[in-house]
Design a protein around this ligand. Structure first.
Ligand code: GAL
Length: 764
């Protein structure tokens, strides 16, 4: 049961705030995900959120919990949490990026009111990864991921690893490990079903969970499951009172593979029965795919895929990481559908489960890694890091999108024993995925399966000579770029991303590259451009594309989308040497471009196969659009052709005037649960819809209806763009409508309307 609503929060803690009878009358009512401190989008001090706070929630157990075991599950609290029930401490957890759970069966009163209090330490504690050194990102604070009350029988299914094996052959099967907690008796049985939507594809059950007996039965829905039933009880891997049942379901029939274009998903339903009666049920989602790094690159389902992607931090303006499912999911949509990436790296920690769910659904591969950045701490710190490896894998092993586990602290020095251990944990828990360990030194000791390397050399890849090579970072701090940078810098930013992907395309032994990075992000004073931002993204901190985003986008097949993205703003004087702009770079997946200035054909261009021949769609360059200083400046029109046919045309205004103000929401409908949110993007453009990077203006906002603005009001445009998020209030009962009016000082007013559907009530 969701426990996200109805929390009380009082900011920096005061003595006694975890006690049952503490007077929390002055606390404010908040909904999880929650940030301990709302901040400006840049130029703030991280010490503002580094404090200890207390969250409190009252709850009465719903009917039907008698005789059941109760757990409080936290998906993510930054950075350390101590949980109290009715004033009594039930547990402590160190780590902000991994989930934790405490049994509260004995602490809860079954009839009366209970008070849960969570003391949240959001300081940068050197005893917890990633802290102890300096890190180039901010962690923020608060209970920023979902909270649950889990009600289970005395013996229950704690976790399930459903591992597809040999998916490309007729011998394919699903090996299912069922992790059981509690005492097992001869009356307990386990059954597994593989579901395609509502249709059962295969079933294995009911098998005695204890002992070695049992037989495959109940094959329905055309599934042909024979033999292979191998049920073992008593393997103790998770601690006292734990056991594992191993089941194997042959799947010789047709299975639809999970692939980049067709990310087919199946449900696995595990049932625990006692005396023939279902007592617990655990559902998870899987995809059948084979993902493998080889000496000849990366293969998905037997086909070579050149990996082209970007690193992602899960942080956002104003609220850090405390964004709800919809917003976390939106990043995956941007990476897959707008930036046309086939892979993302969750730098540098296990990311939101909602983001990973979206990657599964969209067909976006993921390289996930443990929390950390350059620094390795003492023995106790390493213990936590090792625990993090197991927690990451046990949380995420059923995501088909994840194709590699990162088991090294990003860019840390060699530490033989430590990394032998992290690799062993990875391999032991999941022998179906390879490990990687991100380094910045070619000489470092390689203990991982895949040589994952941050190579920031702008001009050449040093001869890797390391089989299974994946470049996990490039560009980044070597060339930060903002919307307002001049033409030359913006073009060079694009060229560098194109250049590295082109080099990685030169040899099959390179699996591909994951550039630094997708989105600008908040950071410490020791990094970034002086305003607590690393402007390393191909998109800005609001996820609004810069020119380099156009390069990634242009690598898709024109059948999917015809792309034509000029990597410049059209102006005569915004570069060195005058009389520009030249040379110009245009990203497009066309095979020919025609460029007209003031209606006159000035250039016909072909993709630069000579210098960028390893790319699916090399960029176009021209230096033939030179303007004459003092002469009249005209519009530029670019027509794009494919096989002789005009497929796209864009006109860039030469007028130098801000003409249009746009305000657009990502979503027209939200749920009134007090946390659902959507981004509203503001853009000033020319009369043809092209960016105006020097546009300014304070956008005045008025919100009416059941919601609030997450962001600044008025919002001052930077680089001609910006965004706020609109978050719902709790709406139970009738639906509502949010009306956001955004007024630019001289380009008029836009109204954004968002329907708010009532939320299901929380059960306690
Ligand atoms: C890398 C690091 C990233 C980021 C990047 C900036 O060394 O792994 O987290 O700091 O540099 O380019």
């Amino acid at each position: 049961m969701s426990l996200n609503r109805g929390w009380l929060y009082g900011g920096e803690t005061v003595a006694g705030a975890t006690q049952r009878d503490f007077d929390d009358g002055a606390f404010e009512r908040v909904t999880i995900p929650h940030t301990n401190k709302v901040l400006p989008w840049h130029s703030f001090d991280d010490r503002e959120y580094q404090f200890v706070s207390v969250y409190r929630r009252r709850l009465r157990l719903p009917a039907g919990t008698e005789g059941k075991r109760l757990f409080l599950d936290f998906d993510g609290v930054m950075t350390a949490a101590t949980v109290f029930v009715n004033g009594q401490e039930v547990g402590k957890y160190l780590g902000g990026y991994t989930p934790f759970s405490f049994e509260v069966t004995e602490h809860f009163e079954r009839d009366g009111e209970n008070v849960v209090a969570v003391e949240v330490d959001s300081t940068e504690r050197g005893d917890i990864p990633p802290f102890g050194g300096r890190i180039d990102y901010l962690t923020f604070g608060g209970i920023y991921r979902d909270v649950w009350l889990r009600v289970v029988p005395q013996t229950f299914v704690e976790n399930v690893f459903a591992k597809p094996v040999d998916v490309l052959s007729d011998g394919r099967r699903l090996d299912v490990r069922v992790f059981l907690e509690g005492e097992l008796t001869a009356r307990h049985e386990v059954a597994v079903e593989v579901m395609d939507g509502e249709k059962m594809v295969a079933r294995l059950g009911s098998l005695a969970a204890l002992g070695m007996t049992g037989g495959a039965q109940g094959m329905t829905g055309g599934a042909d499951v024979t033999g292979g039933a191998d049920v073992t009880g008593g393997a103790d891997v998770t601690g006292d009172g734990s056991s594992v049942a191993n089941l194997s379901l042959p799947l010789p029939g047709a299975i639809r593979l999970w692939d980049l274009d067709t990310p087919e998903l199946y449900r696995v339903v595990v049932t625990l029965l006692e005396g023939g009666q279902e007592v617990d049920r655990y559902e998870t989602r899987i995809g059948f795919r084979e993902a493998k790094f080889t000496e000849l690159g990366f293969f998905l389902n037997g086909q070579r895929v050149k990996l082209r992607g970007l690193n992602r931090h899960q942080t956002y303006p104003y609220v850090g990481q405390a964004m709800p499912a919809r917003v976390q999911r939106r990043d995956a949509e941007i990476l897959k559908n707008e930036l046309k990436c086939n892979v993302a790296r969750t730098s540098h920690y296990p990311q939101s489960p909602h983001f990973l769910d979206a990657c599964d659904e969209l067909g976006l591969l993921v390289f996930e890694e443990i929390p950390g950045w350059q620094h390795i701490g003492d023995a106790a710190w390493k213990e936590i890091a090792c625990r993090n490896v197991a927690e990451m894998i046990r949380r995420d092993w059923n995501h088909p999108s994840i194709m590699l586990w990162g088991v090294r602290i990003n860019e840390s020095k060699d530490d033989h024993d430590f990394y032998v251990r992290t690799n062993a944990i990875g391999h032991e828990l999941d022998d179906s995925r390879q490990t990687g360990g991100v380094r910045f030194n070619y000489q470092s000791e390689r203990l991982e399966d895949v040589f994952t390397m941050n190579d920031f050399q702008p001009h050449e890849l040093r001869e890797p000579n390391h089989p299974l090579y994946l470049n996990t970072e490039f560009a980044g701090h070597m060339f930060p770029t903002k919307h307002i940078d001049n033409v030359e810098r913006v073009i060079e930013h694009v060229r560098r991303h194109a250049h590295v992907h082109n080099m990685l395309g030169s040899d099959d032994q390179y699996a591909g590259g994951i550039g630094w990075c997708a989105f600008d992000y908040n950071t410490h004073a020791d990094f970034g451009s002086g305003d607590r931002i690393c402007y390393h993204g191909v998109s800005d901190i609001f996820r609004i594309p810069k020119a380099a985003a156009g390069f990634y986008k242009s690598q898709c097949d024109p059948q999917e989308e015809v792309v034509l993205e000029p990597a410049f703003q059209w102006a005569i004087g915004d570069q060195s040497e005058g009389g520009g702009p030249r040379p110009l770079l245009i990203c497009a997946n066309c095979d020919r471009l025609k460029l007209y200035v003031g209606g006159e054909l000035k250039a016909e261009l072909e993709p630069d196969h000579e210098r960028f021949g390893n790319l699916a769609h090399p960029p176009f360059f021209t230096d033939r659009l030179q303007g004459v200083w003092g002469a009249k400046w005209h519009d530029l029109r670019i027509d794009g052709y494919l096989n002789g046919e005009l497929v796209v045309s864009r006109t860039l205004s030469g007028a130098g005037v801000d003409r249009q103000f746009h305000a657009e929401a990502d979503d027209a409908q939200l749920v009134g649960d007090g946390s659902d949110a959507t981004r509203v993007v503001f853009r000033v453009t020319d009369e043809h819809g092209n960016p105006r990077p020097f546009a300014t203006g304070a956008v005045a906002l008025l919100l009416e209806g059941p919601g609030e603005i997450v962001g600044e009001n008025p919002f001052a445009l930077a680089g001609g763009v910006g965004a706020i998020w609109v978050k719902t209030h709790e709406v139970e009962g009738g639906a509502g409508t949010i009306r956001l009016t955004a007024r630019h000082p001289y380009l008029g007013e836009r109204v954004v309307t968002i329907e708010v559907a009532p939320a299901e009530p929380e059960l306690c």
